[in-house]
Design a protein around this ligand. Structure first.
Ligand code: PLP
Length: 426
């Protein structure tokens, strides 16, 4: 998506740089695609809200009856505040937990939220907290593929879920604790190739079909998220109709084995929101280092967005499309794009081995706007106020061209608000 340069300039004048802008039309088009994928009977889409948990986005999902996968007590509370109903029947909010942290157990108990447990001892922890409701179990199927190795969500090196072969033991433990397992779940990650994701999902569905009889109260099977987004070519089309067929067939197979209707669920995150969010920054300087015995010199565009705004390149070496707004006609040259933080890793153009990877870009000049695209998923959601820099504002761009502020810029008061000198009586 390329946004209108004059609109970006007006927004920059109004809210300052850097800022995030979300294109409602792009988000809605992705929502429609997921709805089409999940159109067969008893196939339900959730949204893995950790990708972008803004209320504005949650309300769009709610309006289309896309349910929620949350991963913390506070995410559950955000979904409730956005208007999602609490309760188990149906469980429109599911809470996938690796560890019950903070007030998570209290939130589950007070709001009747379906916990999707990620480790065996959680049955005990729920029991001790007085929980007697239904549960879901996240299983580690032993295979899968993240978009990078660090995001591997299935296999011996993954911390997520209960090992698949322990399914029977976990069913017995849940029964002993008076907890009914109503859903089994796995997330096998967004593999780098669509075909691989398709094959993994179909293998997962058939592995799940084999263990369905272990869970007499089972009502749902969740195949996780992972529909990929092509960051290099946002217009790339994946054969999503193949997934639609896969989901329809899996739902029928699972129901046949169970002898009753089983709901099949998926819970993508990035696919909905990645292309909708753009980080807009301003170029403050263009400077160069010179080649010497240690290595080659480079030209650096110094922009005011950093990994406090978009962490993915620094964290995984992720690639995001970069544009010098409205300057596509200038000749290009290799440019390293770097941010304001006091960290040498605050560079957006790097590879997975964390080495500089200059990008062919029109040579920017100070004052130009520079956009980092496809950051709607795991962009603002991973933002921090490291270096005491406040989080950037988020702007919503409606399909009719109107704009509104989704969240304001974090101020120094916000940054220091949690500090106290309160004595602790022990
Ligand atoms: C349990 C679970 N569900 C869904 C997702 C969403 O994945 P994606 O954003 O790649 O679709 C994740 C991401 O890691 C996850 O851990």
């Amino acid at each position: 998506m390329s946004l209108d340069p004059s609109l970006l300039q007006s927004l920059a004048d109004r809210v300052g740089t850097p800022f995030w802008v979300y294109d409602a039309g792009v988000l809605r088009s992705r929502i429609r695609q997921v709805k089409a994928l999940t159109s067969p009977p008893k196939v339900q889409a959730r949204y893995a809200m950790k990708a972008c948990s803004a209320a504005r986005v949650l309300r769009e999902m709610l309006a289309e009856d896309i349910w929620i996968d949350s991963v913390s007590g506070n995410e559950v509370l955000r979904a409730l505040r956005a208007g999602y109903p609490a309760g188990y029947d149906p469980a429109k909010i599911c809470f996938t937990a690796d560890v019950f942290r903070d007030e998570a157990l209290k939130v589950v108990l007070q709001n009747n939220v379906l916990p999707n447990i990620g480790s065996p001892n959680m049955i005990q922890q729920l029991s001790e907290a007085g929980y007697r409701g239904p549960i879901s179990v996240r299983l580690n199927p032993g295979f899968g593929h993240g978009h990078v190795n660090a995001c591997d969500t299935g296999g011996p090196s993954s911390k997520h879920g209960v090992w698949f072969e322990e399914a029977k033991a976990i069913a017995e433990a849940a029964e002993a604790a008076g907890q009914e397992i109503v859903m089994i779940h796995a997330h096998i990650g967004s593999g780098p190739k669509f075909e691989e994701l398709h094959d993994n999902l179909s293998r997962l569905a058939s592995d799940f079909a084999k263990i369905v009889p272990v869970f007499p109260a089972l009502r749902g099977v969740n195949l996780g998220g992972g529909i990929p987004h092509d960051y290099r070519d946002p217009n790339a089309d994946f054969p999503l109709n193949l997934l639609r067929n896969l989901f329809a067939e899996a739902q029928e197979d699972l129901s046949r084995v169970a002898g009753r209707e089983i709901q099949l669920e998926i819970e993508p995150g990035r696919f909905y929101v990645a292309p909708a969010g753009t980080l807009v920054s301003r170029v403050h300087d263009v400077k160069a280092t010179q080649s010497n015995a240690k290595g080659e010199g480079a030209t650096f565009a110094m922009i005011d967005a950093g990994f406090v705004d978009l962490l993915r390149p620094a964290m995984y070496g992720s690639w995001h499309r970069i544009e010098v707004v409205g300057k596509a006609d200038r000749p290009t040259e290799p440019i390293v794009v770097a941010g304001p933080l006091c960290e040498s890793g605050d560079v957006f153009t790097r590879d997975e081995a964390e080495l500089l990877q200059p990008r062919e870009l029109p040579r920017p000049v100070p004052g130009d706007l520079m956009t980092l695209h496809d950051g709607g998923a795991y962009g603002y959601a991973m933002a921090s106020n490291y270096n005491s820099i406040g989080r950037a504002p988020q702007v919503w761009l409606e399909e009719d061209g109107s704009v509104s502020l989704m969240s304001r810029r974090e101020t120094i008061e916000d940054v220091i608000d949690l500090e106290t000198d309160e004595p602790l009586a022990l």
